[in-house]
Design a protein around this ligand. Structure first.
Ligand SMILES: [Zn+2]
Ligand SMILES: [Zn+2]
Ligand SMILES: [Zn+2]
Length: 193
């Protein structure tokens, strides 16, 4: 019996997925940018020019530096940008971050779907196992083959009131029920048995 499916996905189900992990790393490095600065002449909104270290990865700008630190020649060679150029840059960086996060989210959803599919596969197998047959017999015996929901019809099926311990369930998580009651129990919650 494949017990490992009998649980919700854990952190490992995600970290085992290389695509998910790669995105995680990218997102973290985007989020906590190790700025790669270049010194730029930034034209401010009021038209003044200021020398700043600007990160070429995320557009983050440091404080203004004294122009005296740089020769005219150095200043003329500097990359030039504007305040709104920096805002655009940060906007683009932000959009890319958002795209990465959404990509990761959809991978996460796939992992959860696959996980629950394999869980249901395992569960269907379990319902055919001798272990389940024995347990079913015990529940039916406890109920003396009478539905534990309506108390009048003959019990035909065994219903899980919780799925927390499936495969290893205590008998009190199982109820003997008639077909009618079972249908009612499942009309609100779509499950298998
Ligand atoms: Zn940066
Ligand atoms: Zn009943
Ligand atoms: Zn049921």
């Amino acid at each position: 019996m494949k017990k490992e499916y009998n649980r919700p996905p854990t952190r490992e189900d995600f970290t085992r997925n290389p695509e998910y992990e790669k995105l995680e790393e990218e997102i973290v490095s985007f989020w906590k940018c190790n700025h790669e600065n270049i010194t730029c002449v930034v034209t401010m909104t009021d038209g003044r020019e200021s020398i700043k270290d600007v990160c070429k990865l995320c557009g983050h700008a440091g404080g203004s530096q004294s122009r005296k630190k740089f020769t005219q020649k150095e200043q003329s060679k500097m990359h030039r940008t504007t305040t709104s150029g920096l805002i655009d840059y940060r906007q683009k960086h932000h959009e890319k971050l958002e795209r990465l996060i959404n990509q990761q989210k959809s991978i996460k959803e796939d992992i959860i779907t696959n996980h629950s599919e394999s869980w249901w596969e395992w569960y269907k197998e379990y319902l055919l196992s001798p272990e389940w047959k024995d347990k079913r017999q015990l529940v039916m015996g406890r109920a003396r083959n009478v539905c534990e929901s309506c108390g009048s019809n003959a019990a035909k099926q065994v219903h899980h009131i919780a799925y927390d311990h499936v495969g290893n369930e205590p008998l009190w998580e199982l109820k003997a029920v008639c077909d009618e009651c079972h249908e009612v129990l499942h009309s609100e919650k779509v499950t298998y048995d």
